[in-house]
Design a protein around this ligand. Structure first.
Ligand code: A2P
Length: 280
């Protein structure tokens, strides 16, 4: 039997509150996927911010009522993009991602149009060099910031480090870096040779790759700075944004404070900012 959606007798699909439609889904590994959804016409956000997204939860066994199941997700697309992109982990018994990983183009998700967050240019004082430190899905807000021309006009050099367990988990970030380096619109806006400002430093911890080790250990050993041919961070020239798992955030905070950088916020810009990557 097929349903005729134009037939008034056909039951209508329930419309979710704040519903947006999925336009594309890419599975990067068995633990990671990215997806794009329509953007509410009225949604304005700053590159690097996050919103609450999710799906309708299962009906309450007693009342039959359904409540939205929402989590904070960094918007991975830049503020000028006409769609919104998200990058997510898949946790097999995670309340949200066990279901979200099965979305297909045409499906609906819930998106609360209230962007917030500290990984924004406004929370940093002007500087010469911007460091973006990510682990795992913590790459997402930087996928937004790296596609924003302001990131390159505000700084002489932008260094993104990404530490993952396995090589396959670097694929989303690596593909994005390639795309940005070849982006003609960014080249036109920022100037030819802008791609030389962007340095990419991927590392893995549990699978062989050209650069092994946690970024924190590589910083303490001075290896990152030797590899990139740059001086260690200093509060005069360097600014940093951090997004990863909790242990990583705490460890790198301590390192950054050790270099003399102080933590900033929207209300009080300073030299570095931190946000926790989403984990289901
Ligand atoms: P490791 O494999 O040594 O734990 P996860 O997938 O668990 O979020 O981890 C993502 C990456 O972050 C992994 O490569 C992991 O390394 C690394 N990591 C975890 N904790 C820390 C930390 N305290 N400092 C630096 N890197 C960390």
């Amino acid at each position: 039997m097929s349903l005729d959606v134009n037939d008034p007798a056909t039951p209508k699909l329930p419309t979710l509150p704040d519903a947006q439609t999925v336009t594309a889904v890419t599975h990067w590994t068995d633990r990671l996927f990215s997806f794009r959804v329509t953007r509410p016409a009225s949604l304005r956000f700053r590159s690097g911010e996050f919103v609450m997204i999710g799906l309708m939860g299962d009906p309450d066994p007693k009342t039959g009522k359904q409540k939205p199941l929402l989590r904070a997700y960094s918007i991975a697309s830049p503020s000028w993009d006409e769609e919104l992109e998200f990058y997510s982990i898949k946790v097999q018994d995670g309340p949200l991602t066990s279901r979200l990983q099965h979305i297909q183009p045409g499906d609906q998700i819930i998106l609360r149009p209230k962007p917030v967050g500290t990984l924004v240019h406004d929370a940093l004082l002007p500087g010469k060099r911007l460091w973006l430190f990510a682990t795992g899905t913590g790459f997402a807000p930087f996928a937004s910031l790296l596609r924003d021309p302001q990131t390159f006009t505000d700084y002489d050099e932008v260094i993104i480090t990404h530490t993952c367990r396995e090589v396959g988990e670097l694929a989303y970030g690596a593909a994005l870096i390639d795309e940005i380096r070849g982006d003609e619109m960014l080249a036109e806006l920022i100037g030819e040779g802008f791609a030389d400002k962007l340095r990419y430093y991927p590392t893995t911890t549990r699978e062989q790759s050209p650069k092994m080790g946690r970024i924190t250990d590589l910083m303490r050993a001075g290896e990152v700075f030797a590899d990139l041919g740059v001086a260690p961070l200093s509060p005069e020239t360097d600014r940093a944004m951090v997004c990863g798992n909790l242990a990583f955030n705490l460890e790198i905070k301590e390192l950054l404070e050790g270099y003399g950088l102080t933590e900033g916020a929207n209300s009080k810009p300073a030299e570095y900012v931190v946000e926790k990557a989403f984990l289901d």
